[in-house]
Structures are given as C-alpha cells and as structure tokens.
Design a protein around this ligand. Structure first.
Ligand code: ADP
Length: 253
C-alpha cells in the first residue's frame, strides 16, 4: 500500500475481468486495485494473460465480463476520461525512425488535438526531465534502444496521466538499459505520484515494486509485496517464489 492510503480513489480497479479467445480463457476472473503512486508489477510467464489485460486496459478490446475503472471512470461507460488518465508504452516500438524526436512527439500531440504552442512547451519540458534535451532534433532511428524507450515514455507522459501502463517495456534492451529504465520508473512515480503498472516475466525487475500481482493462466495467484511473496512461499528470492507457484516449464519459456 502506498503512503496515499486505502481511502484514495483507486487509479485502477479491476473486478472479475474475463476474456476468452474461442475456448481459451486468457483472463479468468482477474481482480486487483492500484493506488496513487504505486508501482505494481504484473508478473507472469508467457501466456499468463498480461498482454490481453493491457489490451483491455488500453481500450483496444472490451472484456467478456467484469469491470475496469481508471480514476473512478468506467472503461465501457465513460472511456474518454478513463483513457485520458492513462499513459501507455507498448511492447513493440512505435516511433517513426525517420522523424526527429520532437517531430514524433508533435505528431502524437497533434493527433490528440493539443495546441502546437502548448505541445512544444510540454515536449521540451518532458525531454529535459527525462535527460533527452540534447536529442530533441535527432532522428529516432539514430537513438539507442534505451533512449527510444525514454522517448516513448516522454510521449506517454505528455498529457500528465495518473497511471502509466508499461507492457514488457524492457524487451530488446541490454541489461544496463533495463536496469536504468526500472530505476527511472521508480524516480518518476516518487517525484510525480504517477502509478505504474509494469508487466514483465523478469523477476529482477520487480524486486522493488510496492506490489506484485502474479498472473498465471489467466488468474491472479498472488497480490502482495515482494517480501510477503517470498515469506508466503518460504523462498529466499522472487525467482524461487515465482517458480514454486508457476512451475519451471512456463517460467523458462
Ligand atoms: P502474455 O502476454 O502473458 O504472454 P497473452 O495475453 O498474450 O499472455 O496470452 C494469454 C493466452 O491467450 C495465451 O494462452 C495465448 O495463447 C492466448 N491468446 C492471446 N492472444 C490470442 C489471440 N489473438 N487469439 C487466440 N489466443 C490468444
């Protein structure tokens, strides 16, 4: 639980969310709550349902059953304010490599109807906060993998969301850039009180999370702190706890 306490409106609320693909139950009654400024790790092996959950949270699909709220707004009945509260970094890179960093971000703000003068100011501020001010005019294709992710993060933050959805954001990054990105996320949520839902199958990325929501075969197996996860499984580390709950086959996938 964050310092903000349990009384605050949850930034995220999922209640008995279900999603099927034909006969496959990708999500089978998923419920959890995210509080302001919390770093929640959505940890699960391949096939657990993480991407499906992100697709529902980002409004790409609707659940077959259950309820999703963002900042108290129901995703189905009130999608505009719900989506406006979210910043999303997708797993697949989504920048135009031929355009500069600023042009990529202006394209995004243009799509969202932000006046150009306001957009330019916010972009400059965000790039500076994320240590990218000197790359503003560089073509995105010339950036390192870590800096490309930072640009995507800047883009997700431009409208000052209350919660950031990060879908396996370290895929394709080298170990140093992975560690750096995780650290940056902790700084961001501390400094700006933005909540983070971080999907991953990598245990080393979740050790400092406030909570781990452990997803396996479409169900939440645990929703607890890293320390309690280890204590409840009697294991010395997250990796061992993860393996004891999900089995070695899936974890190795
Ligand atoms: P994760 O992101 O944790 O790897 P997914 O959400 O991609 O998990 O997948 C959850 C389950 O749903 C898996 O069994 C997967 O094979 C299945 N699945 C995902 N997308 C589709 C799809 N478009 N069609 C059919 N089955 C799918």
């Amino acid at each position: 639980m964050s310092e903000s306490g349990s009384g605050a409106t949850p930034v995220l609320l999922l209640e008995n969310v279900e999603k099927k693909y034909g006969s496959i139950k990708a999500l089978n009654g998923v419920s959890f709550v995210g509080r302001p400024g919390e770093f929640i790790a959505l940890l699960g092996p391949n096939g657990a349902g993480k991407s499906t959950l992100f697709q529902l949270l980002s409004g790409l699909f609707t659940p077959d059953a259950g309820r999703i709220e963002v900042m108290g707004h129901d995703m189905l009945r009130n999608p505009v304010p719900a989506l406006a509260s979210l910043g999303i970094v997708f797993q697949q890179p989504t920048l135009d490599p031929e355009l500069s960093v600023t042009a990529n971000l202006l394209f995004h703000t243009g799509l969202h109807g932000m006046p150009r003068a306001v957009a330019k100011e916010r972009i400059a501020k965000e790039l500076s906060r994320l240590g990218l001010a000197d790359r503003a005019d560089s073509k995105c294709g010339q950036l390192s993998g870590g800096n490309k992710r930072r640009v995507e993060l800047a883009r997700a933050l431009l409208h000052e969301p209350s919660v950031l959805l990060m879908d396996e954001p370290t895929v394709g990054l080298d170990p140093a850039s992975r560690t750096e990105l995780v650290k940056l996320m902790h700084t961001l949520r501390r400094e700006r009180s933005v909540a983070v839902l971080w999907a991953t199958h990598l245990c080393e990325e979740v050790v400092d999370a406030d909570r781990i929501v452990l997803l396996h075969k479409g169900k939440v197996l645990r929703d607890t702190s890293p320390a309690e996860l280890m204590a409840s499984t009697g294991t010395p580390g997250i990796e061992e706890a993860f393996l004891s709950l999900t089995g070695p086959t899936e974890a190795a996938a």
